[in-house]
Design a binder for this molecule. Structure first.
Ligand code: ASP
Length: 580
């Protein structure tokens, strides 16, 4: 067989006219015209029409998706029968000899149908799903993204270093996947949530510029666009400041967008302080493809007769507002739906102006509201009064919802920005202090004197890159002073033994000459999704898991033999059924 050197089905053009070819591929379509059968023969590069005469003997076996070899001659299609929708549409191959190498039974879904098959079917028969031309394109796109990244990083003298998959837990805010050790009973490896500590240790090693297309594992609860394993472009560099990281990453995104979409991204990307981002957009990943800015009404309404606003403000909360362009035409039903969105996010509801609240506001207050929100004659002002974080979350969602309903999103635009600086700490669900990014993030030195009194006001040399409402990656300059690192661990409430056990290596390494360093880790899956124009993360991962973390094709996770468990010193305790 010489399929490797054979011409590609999808690559034949009018210039190949007269060539004798030997083709291999799958039967993508078939049309019978009496004694003549036409098939479209498909390989990874596309499909070409093949004309088969005297095919009676073969006919019954020439089923869709069977694998065949065709020898024949390329000819121009007769006048008027060209197919402009096919790249090979000017030609066809007249078969002299056709051999069926492997017959296909009917596939569980049509491979060539432009309609998406059912997702469960796609994942169960992923090897067939990937045969669909759309999915083949996605695999090729991902490969191209990886290649551009590698070329770009290597041109800048970064080297790719592989870090282990069997490793030790390093905090990134999620649960670890654990692997029991056979040789060390009762001990476990953790799969990396990210190679964070290792890449920092590589800086101590003197690597200076590291990158890795790195698989990361996080055992998080189900979220629509998350996968338990995903891929990051993990980067770390020595002797750098934020500007170096920004320039590097902006250049990379500019190249990806240029080489893949032919789009020139304006660099540098704008930067937005995280506080400003929450205030103006209600989120740390704002979509800037539409204007709609949130305003703060605190100063205007502090003394108002409207009790609900006054009380919230007096209690340390905030009043925030959004002006909906031509919002006066919103139907009552639509307003109710927006209230449902607000309540869904844990908010109390929404007030609007003009509306029932108006009678409690003075003329001066009304004109302040109009001035602050920029509301015009036909606009409607939506108002939320709540604790700051709640009000921001609610307003952020309302902003998105309004943009969607009023069709304000300028599709086709790419609005990249940096969120920087950010804060060192945040409150967790229990109201406890935790790190906002990870505990290695370098605080602003000038903010450290007040870290005890106002920890949440301490800024960090950290940044997120955001595009069209999605966070594409985050990173930071790192702490490289062991005393400072220890201090931050302590502020996070870690007991000394924990610090020693989990981070002793890093702290010791920092005593042997550590360069100031920093890095970032953009998510490759999301980048490919954007470049491929899909909202489904499973479209850009060859063998993804379902939302409940199962691999439907191979049937993972699966039970294992009791001998295997014994060897691993593991005993399974099934969860107790909740008593009724
Ligand atoms: N390791 C971090 C993460 O996965 C990124 C970084 O700080 O470089 O989020």
């Amino acid at each position: 067989m010489s399929g490797f050197t054979a011409p590609h089905c999808g690559a034949l053009r009018a210039s190949d006219e007269g060539h004798e070819v030997d083709l291999y591929g799958w039967v993508a379509r078939r049309r019978d015209h009496g004694a003549v059968i036409f098939i479209d023969l498909r390989d990874r590069w596309g499909a070409v029409q093949v004309v088969i005469r005297d095919a009676e003997t073969l006919s019954a076996r020439l089923r869709l998706e069977s694998v065949v070899r065709v020898r024949g001659k390329v000819q121009r299609r007769p006048n008027g029968s060209e197919n402009p929708r096919m790249a090979t549409g000017e030609v066809e191959v007249v078969s002299d000899d056709l051999e069926i190498l492997s017959e296909s039974q009917p596939t569980p879904f049509p491979i060539e149908d432009p309609e998406e098959p059912d997702e469960k079917n796609r994942l169960e028969y992923r090897y067939l799903d990937l045969r669909r031309p759309h999915m083949t394109k996605m695999l090729e796109l991902r490969n191209k993204v990886n290649r551009i990244i590698r070329d770009y990083m290597e041109e800048r003298e970064f080297i790719e270093v592989e870090t282990p998959i069997l490793t030790r837990s390093s905090p990134s805010g999620a649960r670890d996947f654990l692997v029991p050790s056979r040789l060390h009973p009762g001990s476990f490896y953790a799969l990396p949530q990210a190679p964070q500590m290792l890449k920092q240790l590589l800086m101590v090693s003197g690597v200076q510029r590291y990158y890795q297309i790195a698989r990361c594992f996080r055992d998080e609860n189900l979220r629509a666009d998350r996968q338990p394993e995903f891929t990051q472009l993990d980067v770390e560099m020595s002797f750098c400041d934020e500007e170096d990281v920004f320039t590097l990453i902006e250049g990379l995104f500019a190249q990806l967008w240029q080489k893949i979409l032919g789009i020139t991204l304006p660099v540098p990307f704008p930067r937005l302080d995280i506080k400003e981002s929450y205030l103006r957009y209600g989120t740390d990943k704002p979509d800037l493809r539409y204007e709609l800015e949130i305003s703060d009404l605190g100063d205007a309404l502090r003394e108002t007769r409207a009790e609900i606003f006054r009380k919230v403000l007096a209690g340390g909360g905030v009043v925030r507002a959004l002006s909906v362009p031509n919002g006066k035409e919103l139907a009552r039903r639509e307003l109710d739906e927006l209230v449902t969105v607000a309540r869904g996010a844990g908010g109390q509801g929404l007030a609007w102006l003009p509306g029932p609240m108006e009678k409690f506001l003075s003329d001066g207050e009304m004109s302040d509201v109009r001035r602050l929100t920029g509301a015009g004659e036909n606009d409607l002002v939506l108002i939320v009064a709540d604790r700051r974080r709640k009000a921001e979350t609610v307003m952020g969602l309302i902003r998105q919802e309004v943009a969607r309903r009023r069709k304000l999103v300028r599709e086709g635009e790419w609005k990249f920005l940096w969120i920087n600086p950010t804060y060192l700490f945040e409150e967790d669900d229990q109201g406890k202090l935790t790190y906002a990014h990870h505990p290695f993030t370098r605080p602003f030195a000038e903010d450290m004197p007040f870290v005890e009194e106002r920890p949440y006001d301490v800024r960090a040399h950290a940044y997120d890159i955001v595009c069209n409402g999605y966070e594409l990656g985050g990173g930071s300059l790192r702490i490289y002073d062991p005393a400072m690192q220890e201090r931050v661990f302590q502020l996070l409430g870690m007991p000394l033994e924990t610090i020693r056990a989990r981070f002793g290596t890093l702290l010791e390494a920092f005593t042997y000459g550590v360069p100031p360093h920093g890095g970032i880790a953009p998510g490759i899956d999301r980048i490919v999704m954007m470049l491929g124009g899909t909202d489904n993360i499973r479209d850009v991962i060859a063998f993804p898991k379902t939302q409940s973390m199962s691999d439907l094709m191979l049937g993972a996770p699966s039970e294992v033999d009791s001998e295997q468990l014994d060897e691993l010193h593991v005993k399974v305790v099934p969860p107790q059924k909740a008593s009724s």
